[in-house]
Design a protein around this ligand. Structure first.
Ligand code: NAD
Ligand SMILES: O=P(O)(O)OC[C@H]1O[C@H](O[C@H]2[C@H](O)[C@@H](O)[C@@H](O)O[C@@H]2CO)[C@H](O)[C@@H](O)[C@@H]1O
Ligand code: MN
Length: 442
């Protein structure tokens, strides 16, 4: 296999260390010549890069070149694959995204409801700029984007880069959920074959089979109902918040037993309960700042102090492995089945052609080739159509600079519903996002 050059855009991310470990564990499947980190925050990136360099020297001696840079040309000129994981406004703005809706009694979440809308409105400009920069230097590179809120980012990118089949939006939540199904069945997650439909963070598994084609769906449902549902991927297995989320997925299954839900549906199906449970001074952003971010930075400091990994525990995680194997499937034309975001174009027969849907697709050298789903039942269609309208209105509002459309979007969102509430939240978000959001016309 020809070795490739990888760039990680958002090199300072809390996910980079896990990604490095995943690239090491996957080096036979995705052999690399070089890894370059790119970020617009030199200091944040350097603390990760200094540790990454030590890890790579120790555990990836075959790698010819490692670098970290804030210069676009240095980063992208030789790129074959770019992973994009940026966060416009950082975790500081994530905290406001979560706190502001909560002040109005509405779910405060990074990718769902008003928080997701605020984050999306901040991310679109930077994502368009970044893809333009990558394309200027590397017109044929594969771009795997998992920057959130992926649904809104994917919709905006679809409009600006309509024919770019090498620009793919991808999320790890379905595989993280499948990891838990596999654990229930005492199986390897890679031996599960999913059938799934929806939008990003808004979808359902309709069937899971093993590699021999045996239907495992009912066994999974029964096990979840009788034995409970817990996160099992190393990254989140002991996380209190993720444990609660997986528990709630079991409740969703009890209420709507037809399909197995993506965990993010909890925010749309039980918005009042979820808003009540959240605590404004300890939203998820605060937990990440005091948890994953601190842990990652401490690990980096330890590695740099020891000049080795002897005193730290480093594990590859399902997030990293999923992205790496997906990239390999594109690059080497493995045609493996992954759940990714694609333009619908009839895949879900009773949804609009232009919708960015999340479905299983064969990842080929000519882009993702989604498998046909057919028509979906009315309950799911209704939920998806409203959410899709919200996502499209957010993108419309961004490109048209329209306050009116943003208010429509927020009013449509199941986590908000009430127009006066939507107006009040929107006014607070506009104020908090000054300098990040474009100016809106009323
Ligand atoms: N879709 C998924 O499955 C999935 C999974 C994990 C993380 N994510 C996303 O990955 C991103 C990173 O998450 P995190 O919690 O580690 O955040 P983080 O803030 O720790 O990392 C983001 C990095 O991006 C950098 N950055 C911000 N804007 C940039 C720009 N315009 N150009 C270059 N670099 C820029 C920041 O300086 C920072 O180092 C987020 O968007 C998160 O939502 C998505
Ligand atoms: O609240 P956070 O920052 O911990 O997580 C937000 C992200 O949650 C999902 O990603 C999970 C992933 O599913 C799991 O496998 C593991 O790697 O942890 C991730 C985060 O903890 C979701 O898919 C992402 O879009 C979110 O960014
Ligand atoms: Mn996701």
């Amino acid at each position: 296999m020809e070795r490739k050059n990888l760039v990680i855009a958002g090199g300072g991310s809390t996910y980079t260390l896990g990604m490095i470990k995943s690239l090491i564990s996957e080096k036979d499947n995705f052999p690399l010549r070089s890894i370059i980190f790119f970020d617009n925050d030199e200091k944040r990136q350097t603390q990760i890069a200094e540790a990454a360099e030590i890890i790579l020297k120790e555990q990836y001696p075959e790698l010819e070149h490692f670098d970290c840079t804030t210069d676009k040309k240095t980063a992208f000129q030789k790129a074959d694959v770019v992973f994009v994981q940026i966060r416009t406004g950082g975790l500081k703005m994530r905290e406001l995204d979560e706190q502001i809706p909560l002040r109005h009694g509405v779910v405060g979440q990074e990718t769902c409801g008003p928080g997701g809308m605020a984050y999306g409105f901040r991310s679109i400009k930077d994502m368009i700029q970044l893809v333009n920069d990558i394309r200027f230097y590397a017109k044929d590179a594969w771009i795997l984007n998992y920057t959130n809120p992926a649904a809104i980012v994917a919709e905006a990118l679809r409009r600006v880069f309509p024919d770019d089949y090498k620009l793919v939006n991808i999320c790890d939540m379905p595989i993280a959920i499948m990891h838990s199904y596999a654990s229930l069945l005492d199986m390897d997650v890679w031996d599960l074959v999913p059938e799934y439909f929806g939008l990003n963070h808004f979808g359902w598994f309709t069937k899971l089979e093993d590699l021999q084609g045996n239907d495992l769906t009912n066994r999974i449902k029964e096990k979840i109902i009788h034995e409970g549902f817990v996160p099992t991927d190393s990254e989140i297995a002991n996380d209190v918040s993720w444990k609660k989320t997986f528990e709630q997925a079991r409740n969703m299954l009890l209420d709507f037993p037809e399909y197995l839900p993506n965990t993010y549906l909890q925010y749309y199906l039980y918005p009042e309960e979820l808003a009540e449970k959240e605590s404004i001074n300890n939203t998820r952003a605060r937990q990440v700042i005091n948890g994953r971010e601190k842990r990652v930075h401490e690990t980096c400091r330890q590695i740099c102090k020891d000049k080795s990994t002897e005193n730290v525990i480093l594990e590859s995680d399902i997030h990293g492995v999923y992205m790496v194997r997906a990239a390999a499937s594109f690059v080497y034309n493995h045609k493996e089945l992954y759940i990714v975001m694609v333009e619908n174009n009839g895949v879900i027969a009773n949804l609009p052609k232009e919708a960015m849907v999340e479905v299983p697709a064969l990842l080929t050298v000519n882009g993702p080739k989604p498998l046909a789903i057919g028509e979906i039942p009315i309950f799911y269609k209704g939920l998806i159509e409203a959410q899709l309208a919200y996502e499209q209105l957010v993108a419309d509002a961004y490109f048209e600079r329209s306050y009116h459309k943003l208010l429509q979007a927020l009013t449509l969102n199941r986590t908000v519903v009430d127009t006066d509430k939507a107006k009040a939240i929107l006014d607070d978000l506009i104020q908090a996002n000054e300098g990040y959001w474009p100016e809106l016309q009323k």
